[in-house]
Design a protein around this ligand. Structure first.
Ligand code: BGC
Length: 712
């Protein structure tokens, strides 16, 4: 056989056609089948027959909750050798794994990375993750995740990039660039996957996998936006989500998969189902059996069937019977083959077995993880106690359930991090603490209190262990884990100054801490270098600069709570009624607004100006009147005063990360092109309205005075 598709001077599209023309029906279907954990020992026959297209390495259905034994590059090469050298057409497999926030070097959870508001840092983290993952033969990963939600009962919010579509979209696109680079065929570039498309974060009651009732207009203006941004950034694949939307399971949802994603947005990559997502159309009771599910999945636009086996078992027959058109099948196969050609795996199917030892967990990677973790920390309150003085004689007590944590600093979806390579918080702090410092384990509160009586300052590291966060881990209150608040209250009652560092994979409700602690630092799950990063910031070696990528509610009962909710006919006048709003038993305002975060500087905003018509330019003068340098995240919000559908009371338009020395002043300018002011109207079309807009340039979503401007 003339294997003309191996000619790398041809385009991926040309090579795909040459290969497709040679394939049998069974081989075509094989390319769409994605079993988990394929091995040379167990799957040789299927590999030789061309019955496996791709594989993922995962411990099971909720792999994000388990750290497994990892991927052995030799085993990957052995599988690849059978596919390439012993099958009729020699098509290599694309090997996937969830490399969600770092591989062996673990970066902060995505929600923490979103708190950096720094696309450059996020891109770099993704780049290094791709370098480490590709060194063990992984060519594809299932990230970025950009589900938008305002409900932190849902454990998977940890994997998200926050509640705002512009922030999430920009950071997701940065992740795509970091993973894929501008040359996906390079051996250390890996294919990205935008997930979970779409609406998954709207699960009723925050219960994972639950039903979603949402209209197309609200999805277009919110949940779909970051996906569109990723498609524009060239994301190679998209994963469909487990939920239904208004009665139609996404895996069978032609409207969202085929009509919007593939046709309207011209997405030319491949759609992969989520784990057993095609099979679960049966569980949704929308398909009678697996054959029916296979037909519905393919027709809707799912190209690759992750683990359900429905395509492998039934597509051949369905096509032979005429129940599914061969054109639809070919379209899916084309997408998978083109993906493989784009990834360059026909040119480099094997991975150098010595590479991992050379690149993985290097000092350079760890330094990047440390910077990212430090930038992710959000200082919520500081009554002047931070930064702590290094090497001081002051009597200070370090305690808390997470003080000595190692792998608990990883957070959810860490499959390849190593516990013995984590810098614990206790270890990180020893670089700064002086003779007056001591630490006491949290195991018995009486011991903690006895020690607290002997000191002037207590620094407590509390919050969630990752077992409470991530997939299938929903909760009903956002309170700290059992007993932690009581111990903090007892500590404060002995009359010490109290610094609370909160770790978690979601927004936790902290009203008592916000009121009574002297300083509060929100630290997410910060990764391998978390201990160093937290110590750097507490002692001022690095200034805090993170900003909340979410709204921090007072209680779970306020949820879903987001800053960019739509205008209602009866707005809650937060300022006028003392913020009691609509609840009998709670304020309506959040505890801390989206975008909020303090620094060790003190930045004043002045002279907000808007000029020009199309594009509009807006500017502000920011001045650091404090004694310490800081990194300020200058945020621009906008509101369309009259639109064709109800629009957000305020939405993020742009932001800038600005370094300000003590006493320094800088003018920050933003260009607001038309597209940023637009939205989808009731007819499903994108539009930009003429007329009045309000604009804020401020340090967070709840500050600043609006300036109005008119778009002609
Ligand atoms: C998750 C996905 C993940 C996939 C593969 C599913 O359970 O929803 O996010 O990529 O498993 O591990």
């Amino acid at each position: 056989m003339d294997k003309a598709w191996l000619d790398a001077t041809r385009t991926p599209a040309e090579r795909t056609e040459l290969l497709l023309a040679q394939m049998t029906l069974a081989e075509k279907v094989g390319q769409l089948h994605q079993p988990a954990n394929v091995s040379a020992a167990d799957d040789a026959e299927s590999l030789r027959a061309g019955r496996i297209g791709t594989s993922l390495s995962a411990s099971g259905a909720t792999a994000g909750n388990v750290r497994d034994e990892g991927v052995a590059v030799r085993a990957v090469n052995a599988v690849q050798r059978i596919a390439v050298e012993e099958s009729r057409l020699g098509i290599p497999l694309l090997m996937a794994r969830d490399v969600i926030h770092g591989h062996r070097t673990v970066f902060p959870i995505p929600l923490g990375q979103a708190a950096t508001w720094d696309a450059g840092l996020v891109e770099r983290g993704a780049r290094l993750a791709a370098v480490e993952a590709s060194a063990v033969g992984i060519g594809w990963t299932f990230t970025p995740m950009m589900d938008i939600t305002g409900d932190h009962r849902w454990g998977r919010v940890a994997e998200s990039l926050g509640e705002d579509p512009v922030l999430a979209g920009r950071l997701a696109a940065a992740t795509v660039r970091g993973l894929q680079t501008d040359d996906l065929s390079a051996p250390d570039a890996i294919a990205a996957c935008a997930k979970h498309y779409v609406g998954y974060g709207l699960a009723e009651g925050g219960r994972d996998y639950n039903s979603v009732t949402a209209g197309e207009n609200s999805l277009r203006n919110l949940q779909l936006r970051p996906f569109h941004e990723c498609v524009r950034a060239g994301v190679a694949t998209v994963m469909s989500s487990f939920n239904d939307i208004d009665g139609v399971p996404v895996h069978a949802n032609r409207r969202y998969l085929r009509e919007i994603l593939k046709d309207e947005w011209a997405f030319d990559g491949a759609i992969v189902s989520d784990w057993d997502g095609v099979g679960e159309i049966v569980q949704h009771r929308v398909a009678a059996d697996l054959a029916d599910a296979a037909r519905q999945g393919l027709e809707a636009g799912v190209d690759m069937d992750m683990v359900s086996g429905a395509y492998l078992a039934h597509l051949e027959q369905l096509v032979s019977d005429g129940a599914v058109s061969v054109d639809l099948l070919d379209d899916a196969v084309r997408r998978v083959l083109t993906l493989k050609f784009r990834c360059g795996i026909f040119e480099h199917p094997y991975t150098d077995e010595d590479l991992e030892a050379q690149v993985s967990g290097s000092d350079e990677h760890r330094a990047a993880a440390r910077s990212a973790a430090a930038a992710s920390l959000v200082l919520l309150k500081n009554d002047g106690i931070l930064p702590l003085a290094a090497a001081s004689d002051e009597r200070i007590l370090l305690t808390g359930p997470l003080l000595d944590a190692t792998d608990a600093l990883f957070g959810t979806w860490t499959l390849d991090g190593r516990a013995d390579e984590v810098v614990s918080i206790a270890d990180g702090l020893t670089r700064f603490t002086g003779p007056g410092a001591r630490s006491v384990p949290w195991t018995h509160s009486d011991q903690v209190l006895a020690a607290a009586r002997e000191v002037s300052t207590v620094v407590a590291f509390v919050g969630e262990h990752p077992v409470r966060s991530g997939e299938a881990n929903s909760i009903t209150t956002l309170d700290l884990p059992v007993g932690q608040l009581e111990t903090l209250q007892a500590i404060k009652a002995v009359g010490v100054r109290l610094v609370v560092v909160v770790l978690g994979g979601r927004a936790l409700s902290l009203p008592w801490i916000a009121e009574h602690a002297d300083a509060v630092l929100y630290a997410w799950h910060p990764g391998s270098e978390g201990g160093n990063a937290i110590a750097d910031v507490l002692f001022g070696a690095v200034g805090p600069r993170g900003r909340l990528p979410i709204t921090l509610p007072r209680s779970a009962g306020q949820q879903p709570l987001v800053y960019n909710h739509r205008s209602t006919g009866r707005p809650i006048a937060l300022a006028r009624d003392g913020q009691w709003g609509r609840y009998q038993d709670s304020l309506s305002a959040p505890l801390y607004p989206f975008g909020f975060g303090l620094t060790y500087g003190s930045v004043e905003y002045s002279g907000v100006m808007v000029q020009g018509a199309s594009p509009v330019t807006a500017s502000v003068v920011v001045t650091n009147t404090g004694d310490l340098a800081c990194t300020e995240v200058v945020q621009v919000y906008v509101r369309d005063e009259v639109a064709a559908v109800t629009r957000p009371v305020k939405e993020l338009l742009d932001w800038a990360v600005v370094e300000l020395a003590a006493g320094a002043s800088q003018t920050v300018r933003f260009t607001i092109d038309d597209e940023r002011l637009g939205y989808y109207g009731p007819d499903g079309r994108f539009r930009v309205d003429p007329g009045e807009f309000a604009l804020w340039i401020a340090p967070d979503s709840a500050s600043g005075e609006p300036v109005s401007f008119t778009r002609a």
